[in-house]
Design a protein around this ligand. Structure first.
Ligand code: GDP
Length: 362
C-alpha cells in the first residue's frame, strides 16, 4: 500500500501547503489573517476563498489575484492548487498540528511588531519552529505606525516605501537594522525579502500592515515561492492518510465532534477510524464529514455542508460516536481493508505519552 502511494506521487499533483501563524500577543496575527481573508466585495470576485473548520482555504486563483500587484511580470509561476491557513494563530494549534514529532504545518508566518521588535513569545515561537524544522517567513507588521507613513492600500511594499518621506524611510531603516540585530542574537540570519539571495540560509523579513494591506501581496508571494522552492517533495500528493485532531467540541444536535486537519489523503463517510482517547484508544465510524456553509449563504446556526468524501488539505468536522474522550493533537488513522484495528490502536496510542505531557504543562 505504501509503495503504491509513493508511486502515485508526482510533482504535477501537489497538494495545498498548510500554513500557521505564530508570534507574540498583539503583534497583529488575527488582523493579518482577517486582511488576507477579506475579499474585495466591490470587485465582485471572491475568488473562491472558503471558510473551513479551523482553517481558511485560498485557491490559487485568489492568491494570484492578491499578488498581482507584485507579480506583473508573471515571474512567479504557481504550481500549488492553493493554500490552507490555520485560523487559530498561536502556539497551541501549532504544537497540536504534528505527526510523529514533525509539524503538519509546511510553512509558518512569524509576526513581529516593527515598533516592538522581538518579544518573549516571538523567541518561544522561533524555538518551536526550529524544533519542528518548519520553514518560516517574518511579517514585520504595523509599518503604518512609522511616524508620518502615507497609506497606499494593498500596495506592494517596495513601491510604498519609495513613496514615503526621507524621515519615514530612515525610521524604517533603523528599525529594520534593530530587528536584524535582534534576530542575530537568536542566531538567525535575517534579511529584507527583496535583498535575500539565499532563502535557505536567511529568514526573509516582509514589512506589512494589517490595517492598510501594504506588503500583504509580497507576503503571499513569498509564502508560495518558499513552499514551491523548498518543499515540492513534501507537498506531493499521497494517498496515504495524514490527519490530526485540532479540537474536540460538543455541538448541539451532533454530540461530541472532532475538528481535524487532513493534511494528506482522503477521508470518507463510513470510514472506520482510530484515535487517542483519555481512557484508551477510540475506534469508531465516521457518521458525517462537515464543513461550514459558504460565507455568502445565510448563516443558519448549526447548519453544515455534508461531504461523502474529502481530499487533503482541508479542515473538517467529524461526527461519530464515542468521541467524548478524544484528545486534541492525536493522530487519526483509517482502518483499511488489510489493516488490523488493534495494530492501529497500538500505533496511535504510542503517541500518547507526548500528548499527555503537553496536557499537563498547559
Ligand atoms: P494578535 O494578538 O497577534 O492576534 O493581534 P491582533 O490582530 O488582535 O491585533 C492587536 C492590535 O493591534 C489590534 O488593536 C489591532 O487593530 C492592531 N493592529 C494589528 N495589525 C496592525 C497594523 O498593521 N497596524 C496598526 N496600526 N495596528 C495593527
Amino acid at each position: 500500500q505504501h509503495e503504491e502511494a509513493l508511486a502515485a506521487r508526482s510533482k504535477d499533483n501537489l497538494r495545498s501547503p498548510i500554513c500557521c501563524i505564530l508570534g507574540h500577543v498583539d503583534t497583529g496575527k488575527t488582523k493579518l489573517l482577517d486582511k488576507i481573508r477579506q475579499t474585495n466585495v466591490q470587485e465582485g470576485e471572491a475568488g473562491g476563498i472558503t471558510q473551513q473548520i479551523g482553517a481558511t482555504y485560498f485557491p490559487v486563483e485568489a492568491i494570484k489575484q492578491k499578488t498581482e500587484v507584485v507579480n506583473q511580470d508573471g515571474s512567479l509561476e504557481f504550481n500549488v492548487p492553493g493554500l490552507l491557513v490555520i485560523d487559530t494563530p498561536g502556539h497551541e494549534s501549532f504544537t497540536n498540528l504534528r505527526s510523529r514529532g514533525s509539524s503538519l504545518c509546511n510553512i509558518a508566518i512569524l509576526v513581529v511588531d516593527i515598533m516592538h521588535g522581538l518579544e518573549p513569545q516571538t523567541i518561544e515561537s522561533i524555538r518551536l519552529l526550529r524544533d519542528r524544522k518548519t520553514p518560516f517567513i517574518v511579517a514585520l507588521n504595523k509599518i503604518d505606525r512609522l511616524y508620518g507613513w502615507k497609506d497606499i492600500p494593498n500596495n506592494g511594499f517596495q513601491d510604498s516605501l519609495s513613496k514615503q518621506s526621507k524621515a519615514v524611510q530612515n525610521e524604517f531603516k533603523e528599525r529594520l537594522a534593530q530587528t536584524k540585530l535582534a534576530f542575530a542574537e537568536q542566531s538567525l540570519n535575517a534579511e529584507l525579502f527583496y535583498e535575500n539571495k539565499n532563502m535557505s540560509r536567511y529568514v526573509s523579513l516582509v514589512p506589512t500592515s494589517a490595517h492598510t494591506g501594504e506588503g500583504i501581496p509580497d507576503m503571499l508571494k513569498l509564502l508560495i515561492t518558499l513552499t514551491q522552492q523548498r518543499m515540492a517533495e513534501k507537498l506531493m500528493y499521497l494517498s496515504e492518510l495524514e490527519c490530526t485532531v485540532l479540537e474536540v467540541k460538543v455541538i448541539e444536535g451532533l454530540g461530541t465532534t472532532i475538528d481535524v486537519v487532513l493534511s494528506n489523503g482522503v477521508l470518507r463517510e463510513g470510514d472506520r477510524i482510530v484515535l487517542c482517547g483519555l481512557n484508551g484508544p477510540i475506534a469508531t465510524t465516521v457518521r458525517a464529514l462537515l464543513t461550514p456553509q459558504p460565507l455568502k449563504e445565510l448563516r443558519v446556526k448549526g447548519s453544515y455542508v455534508h461531504h461523502k468524501e474529502v481530499k487533503a488539505a482541508l479542515g473538517v468536522k467529524i461526527a461519530a460516536n464515542d468521541l467524548e474522550n478524544a484528545i486534541a493533537g492525536s493522530r487519526l488513522l483509517v482502518v483499511g481493508p488489510d489493516d488490523d484495528e488493534e495494530d492501529l490502536e497500538e500505533e496511535v496510542m504510542s503517541d500518547l505519552e507526548g500528548l499527555l505531557n503537553k496536557v499537563e504543562k498547559s
